[in-house]
Each structure stands twice: as C-alpha cells, then as structure tokens.
Write a protein that binds this ligand. Structure first.
Ligand SMILES: [Zn+2]
Ligand SMILES: [Zn+2]
Length: 305
C-alpha cells in the first residue's frame, strides 16, 4: 500500500500564505460530515489537550513519541490501531505506511530527535491518514488528499498542533502540512464556531496566532453571506438586485461568482447556497424571513430569502 507524508518545505523556501486551497478545504469539511454524520463529527467536540502532545527534552525519545502517538490514536477514536514510531533521515517531515493494520509504521524525520516539541504535530497528520484510510475516505490526487488530511486533523481537534508548528524568526522558519497557516486558522475557526471552543490560548507561536485570527476573519465571512440574515447591508442589497434579475430573466444566472443561485421557472422560486458550517448546498424557497436547518450538519440558519 502506498505511503503518505507530511510536507516540510525546503529550508529557506518562502511560506505560501492566504487561501489558495479554500475550495478543496470546504469540500473536505462536507465530505467529513457526509462520512461521519453530524453525530459522528460531534463525538470530536473536545480538542486534544496541550498536555497530551507535550514533549520535552527530558522525555525519552522513543517512549515519548509512542506516548504522544497513543494520545492521538485515542483522540481520533482508533481503538485497535497501534502506531510504531521510528526515526530516519528523509526528505519529508514524516510518513506512514497505510496497510490493513492493526499496526502502522510511522517514520519521522531525524531532525525531530532534537525538535521534539513538534513531534505531536507531525504525528497528528500521520495518524489522521490512518483514520481516513480506515474510513475509506479519500480525494483523487495526492495534493487534494493531503488537503483532506490536514483539514480533517484540524476539524477533528488535533490540527491546532500543525498550525502551532508554524514559526518564523530572524534565523529560522518552519511550517508543517499542506494548508497555508491562514487556511489552518480558517478550519480551526470553523471548528471553534461549530463546537463553541476557543483554541487561541493553546498557541505558543505568535505567527500561528496571527494566522488563526486571519483565518477566523475568513470563517466569519462565511457566516455573514446572504441570504443569511447576518449578512451586511451591501450583501443584502446585492442579493435583492440579483433576485430581481433572476425573476425577470428565468434560467439565467446574474452572477456566477455569487455563492447563492436562484432557481426560477414554473415552480415556486428557490435559492440554493452553501451551508456556512459544512458547505453542503441548501435549497430553500424565496419567501422572506424564516429559520432553516441544514440537513447534513443540522446547523440552524436564520435566512431572509
Ligand atoms: Zn500526508
Ligand atoms: Zn451544514
């Protein structure tokens, strides 16, 4: 079976910022809700505690790595899986062999022997690969699959470690995973909204905290798009204009870039838009103010259509 790895940019390479993978990240959240159901996702309502991933230079290297791996296996609800962690010289940060189990071999880059604080982050990504493998959940192509893995790690409560491993100072720079720091922040904020949690006290890296606040702004934007009543004045005005256009020109779309789309014709006009929590599309009648509920994640949505 194929292996999998967590990327670690070449030393000195610039860190990509912003939201270049947002569509795939959102598809990953939808896929997770579809595979686990809303109840299943909510069994991950508590994040991995910082103490469970803590690793100091006084800890024995191998025993400590096994201990953190065990915490992650428990956190991700993999009762029968056993992780065997080794170290070797390699280009990537870490890798795991995806086999039938119950034993899985994880290899960590030799540099973690002396950078133990980030062993939890590297293991979080690899153990999530095992979870997705066991769930039979994958996206086509290595890149999309890695984005699914990072998104799942973050959404299920272990990915704050990956963002916290992002550190820059005058002499060094480190980033783990395939999402940008801001995208990790975005997924963590979406998790924070869904589970009423605040991960900000856990960040030890100032750069990680900044990326979290930027991601959180983007996630807040999802909650304030029309036809949700929380949308701002400009968004609502534009929505009303687009709705008029759709009613006057059935079968055409006024703005293909808008997140919502109108369906007009013989039947009662309807509008579809992505759920701000799980991004599954919701279809509701165009008839003013009412409360809807997402059929997938069950979020209650105040709409004005
Ligand atoms: Zn990976
Ligand atoms: Zn939803």
């Amino acid at each position: 079976m194929g292996g999998s790895d967590v990327a670690n940019g070449p030393p000195g390479a610039p860190v990509v910022h912003g939201f270049p993978h947002l569509d795939t990240v959102r598809s990953a959240i939808t896929a997770l809700y579809r595979r686990l159901s809303a109840d299943g996702v909510h069994t991950y309502a508590t994040s991995l505690a910082p103490a469970d991933a803590a690793f100091t230079d006084r800890d024995d290297l191998h025993l400590g790595a096994q201990r953190v791996a065990r915490s992650l296996v428990q956190h991700l609800h993999l009762p029968e899986a056993r992780m065997i962690v080794g170290f070797r010289a390699m280009e990537h940060a870490a890798s795991v062999e995806l086999t039938a189990g119950p034993e899985y071999f994880i290899e960590l880059n030799d540099r973690f022997r002396t950078h133990r604080r980030d062993i939890g982050a590297a293991l979080a990504h690899e153990v999530t690969h095992v979870l997705l493998h066991r769930l039979g959940l994958e996206f086509p192509g290595t890149r999309a699959n890695e984005i699914l893995t990072d998104t799942t790690t973050a959404y299920l409560g272990a990915g704050w470690l990956l963002l916290d491993a992002f550190r820059e100072d005058a002499t060094s720079r480190q980033k783990l995973g395939y999402l940008t720091p801001e995208e990790f922040g975005y997924v963590l904020a979406k998790r924070a909204f869904a589970f009423d949690e605040d991960p900000s006290p856990w960040f030890t890296s100032p750069q990680a905290y900044t990326a979290y606040t930027r991601g959180r702004e983007q996630a807040l934007h999802d909650l304030r798009r029309p036809p949700l009543t929380a949308a701002g004045w400009a968004g609502r005005r534009r929505y009303a204009k687009d709705r008029r256009y759709a009613q006057d020109h059935p079968g055409t779309s006024p703005d293909p870039n808008a997140a919502y789309a109108f369906e007009t014709g013989d039947r009662e006009p309807r509008v579809s838009f992505p759920c701000p929590t799980c991004h599954q599309r919701i279809r509701v009648p165009v008839r003013g103010r009412f409360t809807a509920r997402c059929g997938l994640c069950r979020t209650v949505l105040e709409c004005d259509t």
